[in-house]
Every structure is written in C-alpha cells, then in structure tokens.
Design a protein around this ligand. Structure first.
Ligand code: AMP
Length: 267
C-alpha cells in the first residue's frame, strides 16, 4: 500500500498539525469544543489549485480546517492506475499550509480498513451509471471511505468539487440517507487557462496530450447535444468512455494516452 504518503514526524510547515493514525484524529477531535465549526476536505493528495479552492472555502466558513490525504485503494478498478497515482507530499503540505489548513491527516490502508473492506456502503441507482458503469464498485469504495473519514473527523462541513459531480451527488445523498449531521458544500471546478479541469492525473499527460485534453471542455461547452460533442472528440481521435446528459448537466469521460479524464458542465 502507499505507505510513502504517510507524514513524517518532523513537519516542514510549522503551522500545520500533522497526524497519521485514526487514533490521533479521534483524540484531536475530542479536544475540540463541540461549539466549533470543523471544515473537512478529503483528498487523495497530489494537490492542485482545485483542492486549494476547497481548502479556501473551508477556511472562510469554519474555525478549523482538516485536510486528509489518502489514496483509497478500494475505489480503484485498475491496479496500474492505483500504482501510478501521483504523490507529492512536500508540495501538498506547502499548498495546504498556504490555503489555510490547520490539520493534515494521512492515515494508512490497514488503519482505515481494519475489516479489510468486508463492510461497505452501496448505492443501487445513480452509482451504477456514468463512472459507475465503467468502473464497477468504484462508488462503493468512495462512499465507504467517505463514511469512515466522516466518522473519524466528525466535521460540521465537508467540501467536495463539482469536478466529480456524480461523487458529490452521491455523498450528499448518503448524508441524507444515513441522517449524518453535517453540511456538504459544493465547490466549482477550477480549470487551467486552456479550460482543462485541474486533476492530479493531468500530471501523467504529455504536453501534447494536455493540449488535446483541453478539447474535452470546449467540446462540452461549444456544442448543443451529446452527439455533437462526441463527434467533435472523435474528430480529434479522443476515445470516449461516455458522453451523456443527466438532469441539467452534461457528463463526459475520455481516455487520452493511458489516462482517464472526467468533466461535466451545466447545460
Ligand atoms: P481527489 O484528490 O481527486 O480525490 O479530489 C479531492 C476533492 O477535490 C474532490 O472533492 C474533488 O471533486 C475535488 N477536486 C478535484 N479536482 C478539482 C478541480 N479541478 N476543481 C475543484 N475541485 C476539484
């Protein structure tokens, strides 16, 4: 497992409180007054300005801000995708500190899954389409880890990006379904100047592939139907996993090189 994402004991950013274990998180949370607002930003690390915006929103709304970095193996379908997931702990700590985090928490797989994933949270409808269709079990992994993280951090607010709109929707619905006592705050997608949605996986694209990847957003924005958008991507030889409208949004997943990218826009 990705144990190298564990935070070393000596902090680089002196204002940040660094924690590794669930026990440390439980103890810290118990020491925080129940009157305080605690904003939580769960991530898989390799932070960029999209994560930065989530942290800044949390900083504006809440008295304390917790960032978790955990590359959650149960939400990956392909071992190579998990193995190649980028890590950049030193720059993550810098970004977290600059964006105003108080606590950075990097638990391990064995600590987060004492049951080795015998127990899971499953949704049976919206999680089966779009990314759930291409990646069976993906949202079981997402919802299960989010539930575990919420139970340990006990946030009053948790911040999720619209970049992963299906995930944001499912987390919101899980919170309602299980009467969980926190507010899910949606945060708009942060993009490169080219329009490409920022993503940790963009680091695995070559400069030429990054230019091609910018077509994904422009094709969503500048076309009138999913079919027209798909046609435009096919003309650029971009492989499409799905391109569909649901509710008032258009969703897309593509493969460029060996990287899978997703995006969505309001229509
Ligand atoms: P990840 O580290 O990719 O699991 O993402 C952690 C959180 O950051 C999720 O809530 C994502 O939706 C959010 N996020 C990722 N990329 C962006 C982006 N470009 N703009 C806004 N939020 C993002």
């Amino acid at each position: 497992m990705k144990s190298h994402s564990q935070v070393r004991k000596r902090p680089i950013e002196p204002m940040l409180k660094l924690m590794n274990t669930p026990q440390e998180m439980i103890e810290w949370r118990s020491s925080v007054s129940s009157k305080k607002t605690v904003g939580f930003v769960p991530t898989m690390g390799a932070l960029h300005q999209g994560h930065g915006l989530l942290l800044k929103k949390a900083r504006q709304d809440c008295e304390l801000v917790v960032l978790s970095i955990f590359v959650n193996p149960t939400q990956f379908n392909e071992k190579t995708d998990f193995d190649n997931y980028p890590t950049s702990l030193d720059s993550d700590l810098k970004l977290a500190s600059e964006a105003g985090a108080d606590v950075v928490w990097t638990p391990s797989y064995s600590a987060m899954y004492p049951d080795d994933f015998r127990f899971k949270v499953t949704e049976n409808s919206f999680s089966k389409i779009l990314c759930g269709k291409d990646r069976p079990g993906h949202f079981d992994g997402v919802l299960t880890v989010v539930m575990k993280l919420f139970n340990l951090v006990r946030p009053t607010h948790a911040y999720f990006g619209e970049k992963d709109f299906q995930q944001l929707t499912l987390v919101n619905q899980m919170v309602e379904a299980f009467f969980m006592n926190l507010l899910i705050v949606p945060v708009p997608t942060v993009r490169e100047t080219s329009g490409l949605a920022m993503s940790s996986r963009n680091a695995r694209l070559s400069p030429q592939e990054q230019i091609l990847a910018a077509e994904v957003y422009s094709s969503l924005r500048e076309t009138k139907s999913p079919a027209e958008a798909a046609q435009r991507l096919k003309e650029k030889s971009i492989q499409i996993d799905y391109l569909e409208d649901h509710g008032n949004r258009r969703f897309v997943a593509v493969r460029i090189g060996n990287v899978r990218l997703i995006d969505n826009v309001e229509i």
